[in-house]
Design a protein around this ligand. Structure first.
Ligand code: ZN
Length: 111
C-alpha cells in the first residue's frame, strides 16, 4: 500500500481527476480510500431517532486507491503540489520512509 491515512493525495483518474485532498480513511480489504472533498455522493438518511427529519446528506464515497498518488510537498520539486510516485528509502537507523521519486524528499504524513 502506497498511501496512509492523512496523506495529502491527488486523484489521477476518474471524474475527480486532478483534485487534491486528505485521506480520511482507508478500506484495506477493498483497496479503496476516502478522500476529503472527492467523489461526493448524496446519501439518503432514513428517519430515525437521531435524524427525525430524515433527508439527504452529502458525503464522500470511496475511490480505488490505485487512482491516487501522494502529493510532494517539497517546494523546490518540479512536481511540487502534484501527485508523485514514491519509493522506499531505509535510513541508517533502519527506519523505512517514503520519498518522492522525483526529488527524493520525504513524504510527510499530515496531522
Ligand atoms: Zn518531489
Amino acid at each position: 500500500m502506497h498511501v496512509r491515512k492523512n496523506d495529502f493525495v491527488q486523484v489521477m483518474a476518474g471524474d475527480d481527476s486532478g483534485k487534491t485532498g486528505k485521506i480520511l480513511s482507508i478500506l484495506s480489504s477493498k483497496r479503496r480510500v476516502i478522500v476529503e472533498g472527492v467523489n461526493y455522493v448524496q446519501k439518503h438518511i432514513r428517519k430515525s431517532e437521531k435524524n427525525p427529519q430524515g433527508g439527504r446528506m452529502q458525503m464522500e464515497a470511496s475511490i480505488s486507491w490505485s487512482n491516487v498518488l501522494v502529493v510532494c510537498q517539497n517546494k523546490s520539486c518540479e512536481k511540487s503540489g502534484k501527485g508523485v510516485r514514491v519509493r522506499r528509502k531505509f535510513l541508517d537507523n533502519g527506519e523505512k520512509i517514503r520519498v518522492c521519486y522525483k526529488c527524493g524528499s520525504e513524504i510527510v504524513v499530515g496531522e
